[in-house]
Design a binder for this molecule. Structure first.
Ligand SMILES: Nc1ncnc2c1ncn2[C@@H]1O[C@H](COP(=O)(O)OP(=O)(O)OP(=O)(O)O)[C@@H](O)[C@H]1O
Ligand SMILES: [Mg+2]
Length: 349
């Protein structure tokens, strides 16, 4: 049978044994040098036993009281760190439960610290990216304004050219700020969806109309895979879905080849779900970039001299909007051949 003494019992036992041994040795020595007291040898055994029991009781109770006090103080300190999880914990002198509690707290705190570190990194990166994106148009505007002040304003032709270029940079600033505002609202959950029934075919046609001039500049055709003569009614936030389609079609134009095509197709996947595909035959995306496309500020071409001046927020906004609708978005792309972005929507039956 295995019986494990509490640490404090074993300490009290050994100490009491040592005390009673020392006392019995001293008393034994006295009896030995004083033969007239030799009849007290039997009492010596009794006194030793008594000393042992009394010392054991005193030492044990003092240790318990001491440990209890220390542990209580420790719990008090720990409660300051973690008031919820420990406030109901019963205080005992049992070291095992104390160690268990401490290790639980340290685990929770470690996780919290890790997530704070990640958030801090995230924040730094976000601010760095925002500053970087705003820098270019602001410096451009500053350059033109300074040139105008320095005399360029006197030449009407140069003045108009510089003012127009400054205006383009102001528009770029507004575009970035709007995207940042949208992404912040989407991420903080303060942007509520305003869902209703609407015809998705009509919405895509409207978006095509708005982007026609942009597409014409590259001689890109905006088409459907077939004739959709009947409306297809979906239930979603119309403005946000328009933003999704706009961002995807703009991308297909921006990263599309001259004389290319952007094609939209719609297909039922279940009785109440629809998949909308936006396909282009543009530059395509290399495999290694695909998994990061929806990260904010992520661009395939990170160089400052890149052909297309986007901030890399478009797809991140698209993903947030689709997630908010509890729908899915997919991407398939072959470098040099083209890309297909598709997302699901819920039909209104
Ligand atoms: N249809 C596409 N074909 C090829 N590459 C694409 C396509 N769509 C997106 N990409 C790549 O994915 C990157 C991220 O796209 P995203 O729309 O998020 O940013 P952006 O277009 O660079 O900037 P923004 O949309 O904020 O103006 C782009 O920089 C581009 O390299
Ligand atoms: Mg884009």
């Amino acid at each position: 049978m295995s019986f494990k003494f509490k640490n404090s019992y074993s300490f009290a036992f050994k100490t009491s044994l040592a005390i009673s041994l020392v006392i019995s040795l001293i008393l034994g020595f006295i009896l030995w040098i004083e033969p007239s007291l030799s009849y007290l040898y039997f009492e010596l055994i009794f006194i030793t036993a008594l000393v042992f029991v009394i010392s054991f009781l005193i030492i044990q109770s003092r240790i318990e009281a001491f440990i209890y006090l220390k542990i209580k103080n420790l719990y008090k300190e720990l409660n300051l760190i973690d008031s919820i999880s420990l406030s109901k914990t019963e205080i005992t002198t049992d070291m095992k439960s104390l160690l268990q509690n401490i290790s639980e707290i340290s685990k929770v705190n470690k996780l919290e610290i890790e997530s704070l570190k990640v958030r801090e990194e995230f924040r730094k990166e976000f601010i760095g990216n925002v500053a970087h994106e705003l820098k270019t148009p602001i410096f451009t505007i500053q350059g033109y304004v300074e040139n105008l002040i320095d005399g360029a304003i006197d030449d009407n032709l140069v003045r108009d050219k510089f003012l127009n270029r400054a205006k383009i940079s102001v528009e770029r600033l507004i575009y970035i700020i709007k995207d940042l505002d949208m992404i912040t609202k989407l991420e903080s959950g303060t942007l509520n969806l305003d869902q209703d029934s609407f015809d998705i075919i009509e919405l895509i046609k409207n978006t095509y109309d708005q982007l026609e001039i942009q597409a014409q500049k590259k001689d890109i055709k905006l088409i459907f895979n077939k004739l959709y003569s009947d409306p297809i009614i979906v239930f979603a936030d119309k403005d946000k879905i328009q933003q999704v389609i706009t961002n995807l079609v703009i991308n297909s134009i921006k990263y599309g080849t001259n004389k290319g095509t952007t094609e939209v197709s719609l297909e039922d996947i279940t009785s109440d779900k629809l998949i909308i595909r936006i396909t282009d035959n543009g530059e395509g995306i290399q495999k290694e970039h695909i998994s990061r496309l929806f990260e904010r500020f992520y661009r395939v071409d990170q160089s400052g001299s890149r052909k297309q001046g986007g901030s890399g927020l478009g797809l991140s906004i698209v993903k947030h909007i689709i997630d908010a609708h509890n729908e899915n978005i997919y991407v398939e792309s072959k470098f040099g051949i083209g890309s297909e972005f598709s997302f699901t929507l819920t039909k209104k039956i």
